[in-house]
Ligand binder design. Sequence first.
Ligand code: NOJ
Length: 556
Amino acid sequence: MASNGTNPNTTVSTDQPWWRQGVVYQVYPRSFADANGDGLGDIAGITSRIDYLETLGIDAVWLSPFYPSELADGGYDVANYRDVDPKLGTLADFDELVAALHSRGIKVVVDIVPNHTSDQHEWFQRALAAGRGSAERERYIFREGADDTSPPTDWVSMFGGSAWQRVDDGQWYLHNFTIEQPDLNWSHPEVRADFVTTLRFWADRGVDGFRIDVAHMLTKDMSEPLLSRSELDALPLDGNHPLLDRDDVHEVYAEWRRVFESYDPPRTAVAEAWVHKSRVPLYASRDSLGQAFNFDLLQADFDAEQFSRVVRDNLELAHASGSSSTWVLSNHDVVRHATRYGLPHPERDSHANPVHKHGADWVVSGGVTPQLDRVAGERRARAATLFMLGLPGASYLYQGEELGLHEVAEIDASSRQDPTFFRSAGADFGRDGCRVPLPWSATGTSFGFGSNGAHLPQPSWFADYAVSVEEADRASTLSLYRRALALRRSLQTTEQLQWVETGNPAVLHFRRPNGWEVVTNFGAESYALPRRDAVLASETLDDDGVLPGDTTVWFA
Ligand code: NOJ
């Protein structure tokens, strides 16, 4: 334990692995920075912004897929797991990026997409060519149709429409996501072996950790007769469901764990697992992936009762798994939190797909209804972020949230890319609005993203959120993130939290073991602060000893 120099009672635990309480910044490579001027972000673009990443004060960068891909699903359709998309650079560029990040003390996490490949993957192309009954088709999930024209079952893909696609010879293959993402057969030893090769390939190149895409979907019981959609829906999610969150997926991760532990330091992993909370510890346990995303904050409204419940539940779950909790407010799959918090609270519908729900209607309306309160949304987003950064555990940030960026609703149909848009016949506009390339400067081609436009259209209001503008403004969201992350590093302490009674249902107050305190006012009325020596606040505080609404303050 070392003193942090701020307060003699404040200590930093130096013996923790970085991932337990690190701040991980998600880069969506195709929208971060474009070095070669083709309108698409690239690896060299990320390297060119290394000073920005260092100054931000993050511990790790998570790179969404940068592998060769036809972009049927924003890169989550991987054609080759052990290469860089030529549109984004080369393996040499990747090595340079890793070296640059490491030289600034920033770890690197890459995305592994094991449930499905791209239909352009060599294996799938060979499966198509080899025909029914071939060994090549065994690596995927091919079946005969129910009759000449109908798929084997009525299963629906996550992006809408049938989960089966017919090929020329009449067989059908399973794709739980879009047509271009055929599901792999995880009962096949070659599939298992190949992913171990992939993990080693990146770990050998110095990658520190892995984010595992839809970690709960890999293994499947496809024994005949296959159940119908309604029969599947009626089954409990208890580890034996034919398609979801099966206990046997942890056999895969036990093997991966041996791979991770064979490195020094051991490589880390975080599961993207949409499972019942009682089953999250299975993924987060040390025998499995070691950490799991907790998306509860990302699904909560800006509301004290909801935030408090989410924190209590997830600290318990983390305790049960021996891992730390993770916290997420925004990522590449949801409407940005500045926008969510500027919209009225949604009607809660337990059957809705949580990933696409909040703010989706506003996007479909072109950003017109319900009316967005931009200022309130940003203010609440800053308050929520400071609340999150004070919690024990790891925080995951999504590129652009440090600028207070809003979701972009004004993308016309001809510019949309997300398969959700196409497969829902426009009923759900999907996720393009949080993937619009970042504004680096207030003027110029694509606001400094690159020298030749941006692959998704940037609205004119992006100018106000440009990095160059916010860097020059001490009151900007970017300045707040930088101060918060620097302070968080010096204040970090053991993974505990104690609630302090506020007597006000709209105000949450917690204390960490070293005296670091976080108070958030989720309401509209001011709250009398217990102390006046704030070290950080999400808004400028008047000297009247009160915490205004929609504001967080830190004491240390
Ligand atoms: C989850 C990823 O976060 C999402 O972007 C992707 O579309 C699906 N998995 C399919 O890979």
